[in-house]
Design a protein around this ligand. Structure first.
Ligand SMILES: [Mg+2]
Length: 261
């Protein structure tokens, strides 16, 4: 499929702005969703286009992900000049060097230990389920579970006991994440907009937590939802191959003398 005329027109208008900020989720957008998240890699076409875009003048590019920063550096190997905002806005790379990794306070560690003690036996009882330990929280992953068992597990863990009630809960596809931080991808988007001094922001995302970023887009922004599901984004594309097309089109539109396919 080629991109819709409405999206092509929106991208044309967007790239005519002097300064632009292009932000994208990682899993399910730059990379295909696969069973083992440690094996996921950026699609080659998207990597090439993202890198080209980041090297153009007045064109800032960033990856905004729920994954921990260490994790995304391992699987994403983001090109130089590409900003990375990880852990839903809690960790930043290339924004304030030396202060980009989140370190939990003693109180956070106490709560996270209690959370782990609560979740571990529940997850161990369900074949296929596993806990993803993050700097500020724990995600219960169920995408390898038998469907009904996964849904049941997430329903059970959603009912946190009283001593864990202060945690922020984030839902996604086959995942529920508990965090000591209430930062969202919307927080990240707003921070980057201020840092880069622009409201000309494009954001692409595929999951429920990306809706916080779509909601935080200024009127001059463009939201692109990847795949099915309810969304606040004004545009929708089918899959990660169309993400590559969006990135490639923006590179062509912002490069003088480049023919636009
Ligand atoms: Mg995603």
């Amino acid at each position: 499929m080629s991109l819709s005329p409405a999206l092509r027109a929106a991208l044309r208008a967007f790239t005519e702005n002097e300064r632009i900020l292009v932000l994208t989720d990682f899993d399910g957008v730059l990379s295909d969703l696969i069973d083992n998240p440690h094996d996921s890699r950026m699609r080659e076409g998207s990597r090439v286009a993202l890198t080209a875009l980041s090297q153009l003048p007045l064109t800032e590019v960033g990856i905004v992900t729920g994954r921990p920063l260490a994790d995304i550096l391992e699987v994403g190997m983001p090109p130089q000049d590409v900003l990375v905002v990880a852990s839903h806005g809690l960790e930043f790379l290339q924004t304030s060097p030396g202060d980009d990794i989140y370190r939990p306070t003693a109180r956070d560690t106490e709560i996270l230990d209690a959370l782990k003690a609560f979740l571990t036996p529940l997850a161990e009882a369900v074949p296929g389920a596993w806990l993803e330990i993050k700097p500020a929280g724990i995600a219960v992953q169920t995408r390898l579970c038998e469907s009904q068992a996964g849904i049941q597990l997430l329903a059970i863990v959603h009912e946190l006991p009283e001593h864990l009630a202060s945690l922020t809960i984030r839902g996604g596809k086959d995942v529920l994440e508990f965090s000591v931080s209430s930062a969202t991808k919307g927080t990240a988007l707003t921070f980057l907009a201020e840092l880069k001094q622009t409201g000309n922001i494009l954001f692409m995302g595929d999951d429920v937590t990306d809706e916080d970023a779509f909601a935080a887009l200024p009127p001059t922004g463009i939201g692109i939802k990847v795949g099915p599901g309810e969304t606040l984004a004004t545009h929708r594309i089918a899959d990660t191959t169309e993400v590559t097309k969006v990135l490639e089109l923006m590179v062509a539109l912002r490069t003088p003398d480049e023919p636009v396919a």
